[in-house]
Design a protein around this ligand. Structure first.
Ligand SMILES: [Zn+2]
Length: 354
């Protein structure tokens, strides 16, 4: 069977069942170290631990939702052309990246990055668990090699050669098993292939609770140290590691979160559900809650007020920006490009690890 046919066969519309990790002892999902201390936070039955060996913060127990959950939680953002994110732009302007070859984007979303990578000279393929986003990518950007499936299904179906670069932007923090996820990426990759990725930077400037940064949406929190350690342990050499500088928009958002006028929440009435709340709802309840949160008159007004508040803080943010940057405060994204070391070098590194 030709590979494309095998892939299409696996491009099925049945969501893959959610996997649960064992609810036993908290073991770091990036390095396997069990030496964790007291929990930093807890949310909906999970606790946030720090790994003393690799610096990752991880939730335990952690359970990744299925594709249907992402389709519900991200509805509205999966059928529209999105601008490139900082991680995408960092890769495209990275002098150390390969200039052409076969590129696989895992979690390609609506395909905006794949289209830009194709324009930059790559032969592109994408995998996306959200069927609406995958369909949008195929239709809007005419990306005929975008498949709606899990990465492991793609690896099993993919027999037509390996990739020079595997990318995954804003995907790793959603994985309950980051090591397993990286293994899938490596199995799709040529020897001495590259990975390029971005994650939310745990060290970014923030105030208050960022609801998207909790389970079941995000299961891990990465620092530059944790990300470097993760890739080096897997036999990669890190070529670029870049923290997004703080920008005016982000600074205004954080300042707005820190300035609690209570006007917005008073107008909104009941608090909108967080993703963690949504995770505990049955599908129908979740749809009702999402419709209410986005369609209620009060909610729409609250959303508008909140946007106005951020906009009103832009001039102050512009003035404060040099000072804030001077204090070492950074933006949201952490980008990394790494190359798999040649087999000989990998073996000696493994021996050195023991
Ligand atoms: Zn660890």
């Amino acid at each position: 069977m030709p590979a494309s046919e095998a892939i299409r066969k696996a491009d099925k519309r049945v969501p893959v069942a959610a996997k649960a990790t064992s609810a036993g002892r908290a073991v770091c999902p990036a390095c396997g170290d069990g030496g964790t201390g007291k929990a930093l936070e807890n949310s909906h039955g999970s606790e946030l631990f720090v790994c003393g060996a690799c610096d990752l913060h991880f939730w335990h127990p952690a359970r990744m939702p299925d594709g249907a959950w992402y389709e519900r939680a991200y509805q509205g953002r999966d059928r529209t052309a999105m601008p490139l994110e900082p991680g995408h732009r960092f890769f495209l302007s990275d002098a150390k990246r390969p200039k052409s070859g076969r590129l696989l984007d895992l979690g390609c979303g609506v395909g905006n990055f794949l289209a830009a990578a194709r324009d930059a000279g790559f032969e592109v393929t994408g995998v996306e668990v959200n069927r609406n986003a995958a369909q949008f990518a195929r239709e809007h950007y005419r990306l005929d090699r975008v498949f709606a499936m899990q990465p492991e299904e793609f690896r099993d179906a993919c027999v037509d050669g390996k990739f020079d670069v595997v990318t995954f932007f804003e995907v790793l923090e959603h994985q309950e098993d980051p090591r397993g996820f990286l293994r899938y990426a490596m199995e799709c990759m040529k020897d001495e292939g590259y990975v390029a990725l971005s994650v939310p930077n745990r060290n970014r400037w923030k105030k208050g609770v960022e609801t998207l940064d909790y389970p079941p949406n995000h299961l891990t929190r990465w620092s530059p140290t944790a990300l470097r350690s993760f890739l080096e342990r897997a036999g990669f050499e890190v070529l670029s590691l870049r923290e997004e500088p703080l920008g005016i928009g982000r600074a205004a958002q954080v300042m707005s979160a820190g300035l609690r006028t209570r006007l917005v929440s008073r107008v909104a009435g009941a608090k909108p559900p967080t993703l963690a709340d949504l995770a505990e709802m049955k599908p129908q309840e979740m749809e009702r809650a999402l419709a209410h949160a986005s369609n209620g008159k009060r909610q729409r007004l609250a959303q508008r007020l909140s946007t106005l508040k951020v906009r009103a803080l832009m001039p102050a943010a512009a003035v404060a920006l040099p000072y804030l940057r001077g204090r070492g405060l950074t933006g949201l994204y952490l980008y990394c490009l790494a190359q798999r070391k040649a087999q000989g070098a990998r073996r000696s590194a493994e021996v050195g690890d023991r």
